[in-house]
Design a protein around this ligand. Structure first.
Ligand code: MG
Length: 392
């Protein structure tokens, strides 16, 4: 029997591809927050292994962030925090070798100390459940329309943190019995099931990163003002795409709507330029192609803004601790004329990638009326992306 497993809950149901990398995949001192959290538990002598519960929509970000840690397959989370916890516990039983105890931890608390992990684990020798918590030291006020309506007695009030530790069989039984409720932490599940939950000393630095300000504070606590890792592993990728003309009154090119007496046919918005750049970035990362990330057979991408695809690819580079150094795209068409729109396309592409404009290049050429592009049957685009990754 495996003694104690850590279960990291990273399944946050954040909007899919909202143009921003979900918090747990943001970088803290050059490494994804989730990776730092996992490393804290992997390094602890009382922890036999780590499993992570994720939102399946974030699988690419997960793979990029956790490369090389050798973890078992992540577990697909559920619609609520409680569901995700239960599904993670079920996964730990799936191979018939459940651990004796489990430490359930928020993925977004990367600064958890070895001492806190050790205290929670040790408390499980004395009872079925124990959570890290800190006593409330500020005076508490009750607010009514912006005015203080009185002082609340803080005696006996604690703020719950994670890890929350449990004897495995008991928390699994509690989760199964209470499935479908909307309890916000695992300790609440244990309490509802009648398990005594011990409060053990947490750590004021064990903060949950939920805002940009938290991320900056976590960086200060880590002392990451020091040198960033050198991004000396330079990768280059290429991309190529073609879309055929069809009925319409404009074409989308590099994120810009260009008036034309035809449109481009495609499953998404058919932005041939952004597709080529997306494939170039994915190519530099060795991360497949646009069709493997956004299958044309999936109806949710019908008419989609192709900027989503490119932001996703750029997010993968960020999750690897990398930066896009430069992208260059060439549009190949007889018409429409690109020249008048070139600067705006460059600015738009730089905006999508959150890069300085000097790191983005948009060019165009005709084919002297030769071939499909020359006959005005469609538009082709080719792109090159240069990505800098940390030296591994
Ligand atoms: Mg395409």
């Amino acid at each position: 029997m495996t003694d104690c497993m850590a279960l990291l809950v990273a399944g946050g149901s954040g909007a899919r591809f909202g143009g921003d990398v979900p918090k747990q995949y943001r970088l803290l001192g050059g490494r994804a927050i989730l990776r730092r959290t996992a490393e804290a538990f992997l390094a602890h002598p009382a922890v036999a292994g780590v499993r992570v519960v994720i939102n399946p929509a974030h699988r690419d970000l997960y793979d990029a962030a956790m490369a090389g840690l050798g973890l078992r397959e992540p577990v697909a989370g559920g619609a609520t925090r409680q569901d995700s916890g239960r599904l993670g516990l079920e996964a730990l039983t799936a191979d018939g070798n459940p651990p004796a105890c489990v430490l359930i931890h928020d993925a977004a608390r990367p600064l958890v100390s070895a001492a806190t992990i050790g205290r929670v684990r040790a408390a499980l020798d004395r009872g079925p459940a124990a959570i890290a918590a800190v006593p409330v030291t500020d005076t508490l006020k009750l607010s009514a329309e912006g005015l203080s309506a009185g002082t609340v007695d803080r005696t006996g009030l604690w703020r719950a943190q994670t890890p929350q530790g449990f004897r495995f069989d008991e928390i699994l039984a509690a989760h199964r019995a209470l499935a479908g409720e909307s309890l916000t932490d695992d300790a609440a599940v244990a309490e509802r099931a009648g398990l005594p939950v011990a409060l053990v000393e947490g750590d004021e630095e064990n903060i949950k990163v939920t805002t940009q300000a938290d991320l900056e504070r976590a960086g200060r606590l880590l002392g990451t003002a020091g040198p960033a890792p050198a991004l000396t592993d330079i990768r280059t990728g290429n991309g190529f795409d073609v879309h055929r003309f069809g009925p319409g009154d404009h074409v989308m090119l590099c994120g810009l709507a260009v008036p034309h007496n035809q449109g481009l046919i495609g499953h998404s918005d058919a932005d041939v330029g952004l597709h080529a750049v997306t494939d170039a970035v994915l190519g530099a990362l060795g991360a497949g192609d646009i069709g493997s990330h956004f299958p044309p057979s999936d109806p949710q991408w019908r008419g989609a803004d192709s900027a989503l695809f490119l932001r996703h690819a750029a997010g993968l580079a960020l999750a690897r601790g990398g930066r896009i150094a430069h992208v260059d795209v060439t549009l190949v068409c007889q018409r429409p004329r690109i020249g008048p729109h070139r600067a705006a396309m460059q600015a738009r592409l730089a905006g999508i990638l959150e890069l300085e404009e000097e790191r983005v290049s948009v060019k165009a050429t005709t084919t002297e009326q030769l071939g499909f592009a020359g006959r005005g049957e469609g538009i082709a685009a080719l792109a090159t992306a240069t990505v800098r990754l940390p030296d591994s």
